[in-house]
Write a new protein. Structure first.
Length: 100
């Protein structure tokens, strides 16, 4: 968990759209410790992606991409994280999965 906190800005904010909120019982979170705790054990199925030109990841549910998570990087730290699951928004989003 300390490794995750190390890459998060102290005032990082995690936001999610209404559709993404239905996948979990949480809402907006702020601060490195709180955001890191939220991701603890949750990102195991994530696939690294480039989202709108920035680093991020996608989450598949039942084999389909259901959530795209975008990072905003500032001063070499993750300053913001946005989870997008609204199907209409996902269709308009520019993202690609990074393959090994």
């Amino acid at each position: 968990m300390q490794a995750l906190i190390a890459v998060l800005a102290p005032d990082v904010v995690f936001r999610l759209d209404a559709t993404a909120a239905r996948f979990g019982a949480f809402g907006e979170r702020r601060g490195a410790s709180e955001v890191a705790e939220l991701f603890k054990g949750r990102a195991q199925a994530a696939e690294i992606a480039i989202v709108e030109g920035e680093l991020g990841f996608v989450v598949r549910i039942a084999g389909q991409i259901r959530v795209v998570v975008a990072f905003t990087i500032a001063d070499d730290k993750i300053a913001a994280i946005e989870a997008i699951a609204d199907p209409d928004h996902l269709e308009r989003l520019d993202y690609s999965i990074v393959r090994d």
